[in-house]
Design a protein around this ligand. Structure first.
Ligand SMILES: NC(=O)c1ccc[n+]([C@@H]2O[C@H](COP(=O)([O-])OP(=O)(O)OC[C@H]3O[C@@H](n4cnc5c(N)ncnc54)[C@H](OP(=O)(O)O)[C@@H]3O)[C@@H](O)[C@H]2O)c1
Length: 322
């Protein structure tokens, strides 16, 4: 089967489409014929080993795991003998464990806990767009952010992969949502349910005098004092991304009780089913910016790395059934 492989750290030029052995499922695994996958910043952080700390997890000199791709949607091809929830022919979506990335491939094995049946109303591309970005939005808002009905919530980076899920998930909790994005994305952010939008090219959300109960930052480009200025007295700021190591360390060490990094998002069955319900109810609708084929993964990552995706970047996996 074909898969994207990288054997050294570097630019997207290190990514190669290669023939590798098709996996076979262990007793507790599900073999999936991948129809679509989606790209996340985690893919290029690992590919480039940036920040350098990524090397501690994935190998100091070269990647221990030569595969990328965290999210997938596809059809179950075979199941191990301990699998009870899925059978061959089921359409599923979900993820790979972060240390086992590899969905940029024609087939993958994953575990029952990482998968759910694909909502029928979603295409494979839409379903593959969801897992990691939506886990991040949900866990950042709910766990670090302690989101509650009736709050005023601000999402910074509301047009991106994580941000556009955060807007919709925050709305589903019954909050009043302000989305921060650039001029070209104002209509898109309104269309996914934001009550208010702020164009970051024209206005600084920390300088308007407006206070928020919860700020979820999917960009991570502001200082701790900026966040504090825009928070209500009991407000919480949950930061998912970062734009420089100095910003990251400032938030880690100077954020105090109110401003902090969310934990690294973790895929789990309970949250996947929670998100699946929102998808089935039409409360969350994935936005796909661009689609690329498996051989075009380097271009997909090059595009994502620029930091201006509008929704998600999706990989469509075509199968050569000759
Ligand atoms: N903690 C975790 O577990 C976890 C998990 C997943 C992702 N993340 C992190 O979360 C961040 C977001 O991920 P993502 O998948 O959403 O990335 P993405 O899809 O690449 O997000 C790009 C978006 O950011 C917006 N943006 C760029 N500069 C901005 C600014 N100054 N103000 C407001 N919006 C701005 C862009 O809008 P414009 O084009 O309009 O500028 C674009 O829509 C990344 O740093 C990623 O590493 C963390």
């Amino acid at each position: 089967m074909k898969a994207i492989i990288y054997t050294e750290y570097g630019s997207p030029d290190v990514l190669q489409l290669m023939d590798v052995e098709k996996p076979s499922p262990k007793d507790n695994e599900v073999l999936i014929k991948v129809h679509a996958a989606s790209a996340n910043p985690a893919d290029w952080h690992l590919m480039r080993a940036e920040p350098f700390l990524a090397r501690l997890e994935n190998g100091l000199l070269k990647p221990k795991n030569p595969r990328l791709g965290a999210d997938l949607a596809g059809r179950v091809e075979a199941v191990g003998k301990n699998i009870t929830q899925f059978q061959a022919g089921d359409d599923v979506f979900g993820g790979m464990p972060l240390d086992g990335l590899g969905s940029f491939a024609e087939y993958v094995c994953s575990t029952e806990d990482a998968l759910a049946l694909k909502p029928a109303r979603l295409t494979f591309e839409q379903a593959a767009a969801v897992p990691l970005a939506a886990f991040t939005a949900l866990q950042g808002l709910r766990d670090k952010g302690q989101i509650r009905q009736g709050q005023k919530v601000l999402i910074n980076g509301a047009s991106g992969g994580v941000g556009h899920f955060a807007v919709q998930i925050a709305k589903s909790f019954g909050t009043e949502v302000t989305g921060v994005c650039s001029t070209r994305n104002l209509d898109m952010v309104r269309s996914i349910g934001a009550d208010h939008v702020i164009d970051y090219t024209k206005e600084d959300f920390t300088q308007t005098g407006q206070r928020y109960d919860l700020i979820f930052d999917a960009v991570g480009n502001r200082s701790v004092s900026d966040y504090q200025r825009a928070l209500s007295p009991n407000g919480i700021c949950s930061v998912a991304g970062f734009t420089s190591l100095s910003r990251l360390f400032q938030i880690m060490f100077l954020g105090g009780k109110k401003v902090g990094l969310m934990e690294t998002a973790k895929g789990n069955k309970k949250d996947l089913l929670f998100i699946k319900d929102l998808l089935e109810a039409g409360k969350v609708i994935p936005v796909i910016d661009r689609t690329y084929t498996l051989s075009e993964v380097p271009e997909a990552i090059r595009y994502l790395e620029k930091g201006h995706a509008r929704g998600k970047v999706v990989i469509t996996v075509e199968h050569n059934n000759k």
